[in-house]
Structure formats: structure tokens, C-alpha cells
Design a protein around this ligand. Structure first.
Ligand code: SF4
Length: 360
């Protein structure tokens, strides 16, 4: 068993172009990201105004392709500095960026992003990190949960982006991990990722106050995850992160009734267990998120991925009210119960060290 395996080799996303707003360059982090983009040889367009324009195209496929190959360096709007609770994951949501370069046919961002899916990186990182302190001890989600309260006040950084997928371009995640590492208080940064390039995070002073969760799915779902790193690389990344002392986690998402789902999810858990074998002081959690969609997200995803065979037929689902009063479509009750019973039992058998945080 290799306890000191190197981080996995990964393909890094390089945008075809980067747009930089003038306001972004008023911030030290914005200037550092712009310099990094220059160093990487990415064509950078310095905009005259702070608005991103010209991103729409009559052809939605072309608009999508353009947007997905564009990174914009902008200042986060003031609303981003007012943190919101994000149940069931964390007490508070923090956004380092918005958008993701991958092409998942079930991307959870489809229902929440407005306009073409450009990856917007926030230049005012100091301001974003500056508001966190006031929220310590004020959480009402995980802090109010007797089992999870020991995590401290939790801050989730992957609601609107995959922060690791763009870290080589931004450095934002490393800066945030260092911020939590130096913050000697019961607080925790958490993020989840379908990427594997953890190398730059391994040597950081994280103080065990960042939980790196790896988003995984059963093998038959891999075809829905275009542009992400392969499962084996993600699991290898989890191993090296755990060996570097990070608390780690599995985000099993989105859980789908793929063919032979019992065997497929059990095989996934077996692979995860093999990846973590022998890790000392392992602090491992698991989160199970079943597939759901809304009329809006289905419409967006069908526009982005017209050829996908991802099952999204409303008549095969149960309806549930969202917190916004709209309807979402979830797995039918009986199937949900069967999957929950099976996956949680296999999780307990394969990864007895894992604390299951929630099933949703
Ligand atoms: Fe969406 Fe996550 Fe896939 Fe990125 S990796 S496209 S955020 S589901």
C-alpha cells in the first residue's frame, strides 16, 4: 500500500479567452488572477465597462460553447456579501466564483444560473472572506444539528461553482483554505468537486478546517459527466488529500436508477473504500443526493445537451415543493426508499468510518 502516492495527473481546463472588467483590477486578488492568466498564455480581453456583453447568440448551442470556454474576472455583486444558509450542507454559502467549465448533463447549476454559462471568477476575494467572521457561531443549519454541531460553523463553497476545477486559474480556493487554516475557531470550509487537481492544496496550512469532498457517481453515470476528471483520478485525489491531513468526504450525487443500480453503487463504494485503505486519522463523511430537476432546469439542460439520454420524464417522478414554492421532480417514493436502504447499508458495510451527514 502506498501511503505517499503523488497527486493524480489531471487535465486542466484552459479557457479559450478571458474577459477582465476594470473593477476587477481594483482588487489585489483580481490583479493576481489577471497576471496568472497572462502567465498561462490565455488570451485576455480587458473590457472598458464592468458589464459582460456580447455573450448571447441566436444559436443556443453556439452561445453555450462560447460561454463554456470563457472565463470572466469580475467583482462579485453586493448580494454575494450577504451570506445565505444552505441546508442541508452548511450553515452558510460562500461564492468564490459562479459557473463551471465541465459539461454534466445533470448539472445542478442549470436551474440557478442566469444567462449563458460563463465561468465568473470573483476578484474581490478579500471582501468575500472579510464578511465570514461575523457569521461564526451564528449558523442555523449544521450548527443546530446535534450530530453535526462539532463541525463548527460551516461554510459551503461549491453551490455555484466547482472551485477546484478552476483553481489553477484563480488561486481563490487555496487562499480561502489558508484563511480558514489561520482562523483559530470552530469553523469549517467545505467544498465538493468532480475534479482531481488537488496538488496545489496539499502543502497548505489548512488546520484541518477544510473538508474536501469528492463528488462521485456509479460507473454507468460517467457518460453524463463530460469535462470532469475520471472517477479513479478523483478517488486518488481524495486519498492524497486525506494523507495530507484534510478531512474528506464523498458526495454521492446525483443518485440515479442506472441499470443494475444496486451493483453499480456497491462497486462505487468498494472503489472508494479501496482508495482510502490504510489512511491514518481518516476523518470521512458521506452525503447522498438523489437526482431531481425542475421544469426550468430540465428546459435549460435539454437546450445545453440535446442528445443526452438522462432520464428526466416528469411522469416517472414524484413531485415535491421547493423552498421557493416551485415544484421539483424527485425519484418516486418506493424507488427512493429502496435506494436509500441499499446505499446506506452498503456504505456502512464498505466504509464503516464514514459518517453519513444526510440523504436528500
Ligand atoms: Fe455542474 Fe458540477 Fe458538472 Fe461542473 S462538475 S458541470 S458544477 S455538475
Amino acid at each position: 500500500m502506498n501511503l505517499h502516492a503523488p497527486p493524480p495527473r489531471t487535465r486542466l481546463w484552459m479557457p479559450r479567452r478571458a474577459l477582465v472588467t476594470p473593477a476587477a483590477l481594483d482588487h489585489a486578488h483580481g490583479r493576481a488572477v489577471a497576471a496568472r492568466l497572462d502567465r498561462l498564455g490565455i488570451p485576455v480581453e480587458r473590457l472598458r465597462s464592468n458589464r459582460l456583453t456580447g455573450l448571447r447568440d441566436e444559436d443556443p448551442r453556439r452561445a453555450y460553447a462560447e460561454a463554456k470556454s470563457t472565463l470572466a474576472l469580475v467583482v462579485a455583486p453586493p448580494a454575494k456579501l450577504t451570506l445565505q444558509p444552505i441546508p442541508p450542507s452548511a450553515d452558510w454559502r460562500i461564492d468564490l466564483a459562479e459557473g463551471c467549465p465541465a459539461h454534466c448533463a445533470y448539472c445542478y447549476l442549470a436551474g440557478s444560473l442566469a444567462g449563458p454559462p460563463v465561468t465568473r471568477v470573483y476578484a474581490n476575494l478579500d471582501e468575500i472572506l472579510g464578511v465570514l467572521r461575523d457569521h461564526a457561531g451564528a449558523g442555523r443549519v449544521t450548527s443546530a444539528d446535534a450530530v453535526r454541531a462539532r463541525e463548527g460553523t460551516t461554510f459551503e463553497a461549491s453551490c455555484y461553482t466547482d472551485p477546484l476545477g478552476i483553481e489553477h486559474l484563480t488561486g481563490s480556493l487555496s487562499a480561502t483554505i489558508r484563511h480558514f487554516g489561520a482562523w483559530d475557531a470552530p469553523v469549517q470550509l467545505r467544498f465538493t468537486t468532480k475534479f482531481a487537481a488537488v496538488g496545489a492544496l496539499l502543502g497548505l496550512d489548512h488546520g484541518r478546517r477544510t473538508r474536501i469532498r469528492i463528488s462521485v457517481n456509479a460507473a454507468p453515470a460517467a457518460r453524463y459527466e463530460g469535462g470532469t476528471d475520471p472517477l479513479a483520478a478523483r478517488l486518488a485525489a481524495m486519498r492524497v488529500a486525506a494523507l495530507a491531513g484534510y478531512p474528506v468526504g464523498l458526495t454521492i450525487a446525483p443518485i440515479l436508477p442506472v441499470p443494475d443500480w444496486r451493483e453499480a453503487y456497491d462497486a462505487l463504494l468498494a472503489e472508494a473504500a479501496a482508495a482510502l485503505a490504510g489512511v491514518p486519522d481518516l476523518d470521512l463523511t458521506a452525503e447522498c443526493i438523489t437526482h431531481r430537476f425542475t421544469a426550468k432546469s430540465k428546459g435549460v439542460l435539454e437546450g445545453w445537451y440535446p442528445g443526452s439520454d438522462l432520464p428526466m420524464r416528469a411522469e416517472e417522478r414524484s413531485r415535491k415543493r421547493t423552498k421557493f414554492g416551485t415544484e421539483k421532480y424527485v425519484l418516486p417514493q418506493e424507488l427512493m426508499a429502496a435506494m436509500r436502504a441499499h446505499l446506506t447499508a452498503r456504505l456502512a458495510a464498505r466504509l464503516p468510518a464514514a459518517r453519513l451527514l444526510y440523504w436528500t
